[in-house]
Design a protein around this ligand. Sequence first.
Ligand SMILES: Cc1ncc(C[n+]2csc(CCOP(=O)(O)OP(=O)(O)O)c2C)c(N)n1
Length: 493
Amino acid sequence: MLGDKIFEILREFTDRIYGNPGTTELSFIKKIPPDFKYYLALQDGIAVGMAEGYHLGSEKLAVVNLHAAPGLSNALGFLYTAYMDRIPMVIIGGQQTSSHLSDEPRLYGDLTTISKPVVKASFEARNADEGVKFLIRAIKTSLTPPYGPTFLSIPEDLEDKEVNITARSFMHKVELCCREDEVKEVMDEINSFDKIAIVAGYEIDVFNAHDEMREFAEKINSPVFAEPFASRTPFETPHKLFAGDLPRRSSEINKVLEDFPAVLIIGGSVNNVLFPDDEVLKGKEVIEVTYDWIEASRRPWKTLVCNPRDFLKLAIKYAKPHAFSPVKVSPPRNQKVEEIMKLLYPRLGNYAIFDEAPSYREIIRSIVGYKRRLFFANRAGFIGWAIPASFGYSSAGGKALAIVGDGSFNYSFQALWSATKYGGIMKVLVINNQGYNSLKGWGNTNAEILSPITSPWKLASSYGFEGKEFDDYKKGIEWLMEGNTQKLAELKV
Ligand SMILES: Cc1ncc(C[n+]2csc(CCOP(=O)(O)OP(=O)(O)O)c2C)c(N)n1
């Protein structure tokens, strides 16, 4: 039957599903075999965030189960985020009974259309055989670079229907190798400038190209900037060539890079700014290397679409030293947050940080630094992601630390219920500045509606997730980071 076949196929990629079911998924969840685990989220979008974190911790395909039109539409923000973050993910949604779709019963919706703008592809099975074919297609599409979520709608009655096609075991791997003659051509151009700035992005971490990135930067003797709003470690720090995070405003990026006639963007984007107030990299020669042809096709620059790690490996051979410009971007200051981060830094060990403290992102990064595969944020500008993603990461066996603002905490703290239910090593540091400080700052306003006052530690405790608030930062950080358990510390700044 289709339901059994689905798990037979999924088993080749994962042993788990994150979701929140309703009536139209009951026929699906009844088919869950004993070797599969279903991680229940208490809100639909949170299941998607948890699954994203699981992928970040395991590198495996993330699989999510959502409930018909209400569940899918409730999860759109998280799906948009997984799409922007290029996460390989398959979402299986239940649909109403196939023979009555034209009646548009309760829970029915045009699920492929609802999901389309936030996934790479969406399908709805019209019979059991199509359920198998579309599932394979959804998996393959998701695992083809640029990776991304795909959606499959399955009318609930089809789960119990016989499948008449043979679905053989399959694999799907796509390599984006670079051609040496093309790399040499790019390097000839790079070598023709006396100075060049490197902007490194998240793909360095996706492809684990950190060693190659460092060797390349050292060989061409040029500063490396992190792309604006870097979502994963672009360059391991501390390093003398690291020049900081590019600012949030395109005019400021142009100012920082004014000394450089040319810019090499490797594995990221300089267009992911919050304030696009000028043409970014105006008047510069820009060379871009990325595996993401969708992103690359948007820019009028010189582009090489291939695996950045492969590129760097070949490029090192042709790299020549350049004149060095000692430009550095300084983060904004905040004494209290700096103190907290300095206390945290020596206690981090191999915790992966999930950063969602909007006002303090640059300060956090400048003190705790970037470590390979241990620093994550989202590329969508979405708040509420870090807590579910941290739990998902910890469910894959890693240690996760979410650093969140009080505002961000309130979007998705239900994920702490899943954490207490399923376990995992997870800490949450809430930097409570009593409201939406970043919005107040950008808008230069103290408007009352931007100051919701809440007590995150009390909400965490209500789910049995051990939470405390501290006035003494040292005591708070020591308590938080002690032991391989689940804890939340709230510090007021
Ligand atoms: C899903 C979503 N809704 C709303 C916003 C707009 N937004 C950006 S920052 C912010 C406030 C966040 O508050 P907090 O986490 O306390 O950080 P602070 O601004 O105080 O640094 C809001 C509401 C958003 N980015 N994402």
